[in-house]
Design a protein around this ligand. Structure first.
Ligand code: ADP
Ligand code: MG
Length: 691
């Protein structure tokens, strides 16, 4: 049902709703409050605190006075009191107050007091058990219920759309719409979950805090369950479009071409893929930075090549794509495999891909563009997959279908390539299911031999001068240094080292004689690439950067990383950052500056641990799961209501439920599961960016 069917929602207001992404009444119901105002308890005036919203009961001490400040701007003022104190009230442009607040009468007020025992534009009403007649608010809507004595929802909104308007529309939506019950009765009984109607009514207009919690738990459970069922369904569907079966291949020539002996982890991962491609490969290779995932991708491409198919390898940045193309070209040239690079509209590469001359196309998301069409795509690989959305991954897979521009007559059957994704973000097992539920997973442990772990130090400001000396010594010895800062631009918290300000400062004050580059998210991609390239080529000695370098190039000559305000980062993120150094043979170091001694224990984990999974588990234990879901590191849509830093218990329960459902009714085709199935399919369309 279109929201314009709601009373009071005309074209103009509908457009404001649309701005918030709300078009249908059903979407309005799922537009959960951002927070709540608890107006259930009143406090004495004496206990009001500046800046803290509260409810209090008070008597009007004097008739409301009107004071005009400027044309078009009127103030209405009065004083109120209770047994404990008094307070002045000021209303802007609110003539109705003159008649609504009567001297000597008592009302309930709600608002946020300022510094001088003054309250601006409070809402108020006659307290119960007084007459419960409708009252007017400044927006002019008639309220059917009281504005105090309740927990009121506060929504994310947009200019021109008041909370009052949102509330009244949502209340109407609740009255006019019967939300489908997605959770079967048995399941609700088993996990003590309320009905959909109860949950929606109480998430928007909770009768009390307990009911709000009951409502929230049900909606969180539902959201997490749907996501897990959706990913499982996706995985099932992928298995039905398996990719061309590959024959077993002698890997001897490939291994011989490698400049080193593959590690056990690499051999095992390659073994998993060899098994997969006999039927259908849909696998995530997860392994710490530097563990050697590129070799695994190369082996898979070799399997495709020997079977007469092309491979696409997609990387998140142009530099990374170029780097892959270069190293793979060197590896494959003796074998007779041809590698092409696609970062833009290079005609020669596009032709080579279309006519089958190129066996392995390496590129950025440019590979997804319309103009790229493969002759025989048999394998699609996504590197650093967390930088891409599920939607983009899906698009790359669809490149296997014969392009319908041009040779329509060839009538070749649709082809689904095998799918391989690679990620360096270690995810604790408890969370992997919800992030990667649609994939088979291989975890690569350990690093190639001969690496010395990056020496890691946790220091405070007292070490500033010594660290600066260390930076200088490193550069003088021909090395390069990363300096990482947590924020972009000047922030309100001045003690945070802002990357751009700080870069200027150290350029001018500390290292005026050094070549310093700057890299952060606000710098345009083109310029970012050229800075990164200058650093990779050794033209820059120092790179001051935000976390954009997290996924970056291999610069083996960079042997020192200094992280400012390290307490601001999650441990896993710091571990990823640290993986940028220690890539060559030289001993490497990572210095973590902390502004706050209380962060020491957490940061010390990094000094002791060099295994990404151990770090990730510690991170989950110490900081909760937020960091793994923050920054959209996974390509999944944001949660509407779940917050895993508080909802790990509900996650576990929902996982158990998803497993049980997966066993009992994997296709959700039992009659009692119809609404659940609908909801899962709707979510999948949203994830995959379909219609
Ligand atoms: P990541 O898993 O982060 O993608 P890479 O594939 O980039 O790691 O490998 C990191 C470095 O390790 C590269 O310089 C690569 O040449 C080297 N490397 C990979 N496998 C081995 C091995 N088996 N023995 C020695 N060095 C290796
Ligand atoms: Mg890699």
């Amino acid at each position: 049902m279109d929201i314009r069917f709601l009373k009071g929602v005309g074209e103009k207001r509908a457009r404001l709703f649309n701005k918030l992404g709300l078009f249908h009444v059903e979407e309005l119901l799922a537009f959960y409050p951002r927070t709540y105002e608890d107006r259930t308890k009143t406090v004495p005036i004496r206990e009001l605190r500046p800046g803290e919203s509260a409810c209090f009961r008070a008597t009007v001490a004097s008739p409301v006075r009107r004071a005009r400040i400027r044309q078009g701007m009127e103030l209405y003022k009065t004083k109120v009191f209770d047994e404990t104190g008094e307070l002045s009230l000021t209303f802007f442009n609110a003539p109705y107050v003159k008649n609504a607040l009567i001297c000597g009468e008592t009302y309930v007020f709600y608002g946020k007091p300022g510094q001088n025992r003054e309250l601006i534009n409070p809402v108020f009403e006659v307290p119960p058990p007084g007459p419960a007649g409708p009252d007017q608010d400044p927006g002019g809507t008639v309220r059917s219920q009281g504005i105090t004595g309740r927990i009121l929802p506060v929504y994310r909104t947009t200019a021109g759309l008041t909370q009052g308007a949102l509330r009244s529309s949502i209340r109407q939506a609740l009255e006019n719409c019967d939300p489908p019950e997605t959770l079967p009765d048995g399941l609700r009984g088993q996990y003590f979950l309320c009905t959909a109607r109860f949950a929606l009514e109480n998430i928007h207009f909770p009768q009390n805090l307990e009911m709000l919690n009951v409502a929230r738990k049900r909606l969180v459970f539902e959201e997490l369950l749907l996501l897990q069922l959706g990913l499982a369904a996706r995985r099932g569907r992928m298995k039905k479009t398996p990719g061309p079966p590959f024959e077993a291949v002698d890997m001897g020539p490939f291994y011989k071409a490698l400049p080193f002996v593959p590690t056990d982890a690499q051999r095992e991962a390659i073994g998993d893929i060899q098994k997969d491609v006999a039927t259908g490969c849909n696998r995530l290779i997860q392994g710490d930075v530097g563990c050697g995932k590129t070799v695994v991708a190369a082996a898979a491409a070799y399997l495709a090549f020997r079977n007469g198919y092309q491979t696409a390898l997609m990387a998140p940045t142009g530099i990374l794509a170029e780097q892959h193309a270069r190293s793979l070209q060197t590896l494959f040239a003796p074998i007779g495999m041809r590698v092409g690079l696609v970062t833009g509209r290079d005609k020669k590469a596009l032709d080579g891909i279309a006519n089958g001359e190129i066996d392995l196309a390496v590129g950025t998301h440019a590979l997804l563009s319309e103009s790229v069409s493969f002759a025989r795509l048999g394998l699609a690989i996504t590197d650093e997959q967390h930088r891409f959305g599920v939607e983009q991954r899906q698009k790359l897979f669809e490149k296997g279908k014969p392009s319908d521009c041009g040779n329509r007559e060839t009538q070749s059957p649709p082809l689904h390539p095998h799918r391989l994704v690679m990620s360096a973000t270690p995810i604790p097992r408890t969370l992997a299911r919800i992030l990667y539920g649609d994939l088979d997973v291989t975890v690569m442990r350990g690093l190639p031999p001969g690496r010395t772990p990056v020496g890691t130090y946790v220091v405070d400001e007292g070490f500033r001068a010594r660290v600066e000396g260390f930076v200088r010594k490193t550069v003088e010895a021909g090395g390069q240094v990363y300096i990482v800062c947590p924020v972009i631009g000047e922030s309100e918290e001045l003690d945070l080292q802002a990357a751009d300000v700080y870069a200027e400062k150290i350029k001018a004050d500390v290292y005026p004689d050094l070549r310093v580059g700057l890299l952060h998210g606000k710098i345009k991609p083109k310029e970012r690439e050229s800075v990164m390239r200058a650093f990779a080529d050794g033209e820059l000695q120092l790179l001051v950067a935000t976390t954009v370098i997290e996924v970056g190039v291999d610069v083996p000559n960079a042997t020192l990383m200094v992280v400012e305000n390290a307490e601001r980062f999650g441990l896993s993120q710091l571990h990823q950052l640290r993986g940028r150094v220690g890539r060559g043979g030289k001993a490497s170091h990572c210095v973590l500056f902390m502004q706050n001694e209380s962060a020491r224990e957490r940061l010390e984990v990094l000094r002791k641990e060099h295994d990404g999974y151990a770090v990730a588990e510690a991170d989950l234990r110490l900081r909760g799961p937020g960091d793994f879901f923050g920054n959209r590191q996974h390509g999944l849509p944001e949660f509407k209501i779940a917050d895993l830093s508080n909802d790990m218990d509900v996650l576990r329960a929902s996982r158990e439920a998803a497993d049980a459902l997966g066993k009992a009714d994997p296709s959700l085709s039992l009659p009692g599961h119809a609404a659940l199935k609908d909801a899962v399919e709707m979510l999948l369309r949203r994830i995959e960016g379909g219609d």
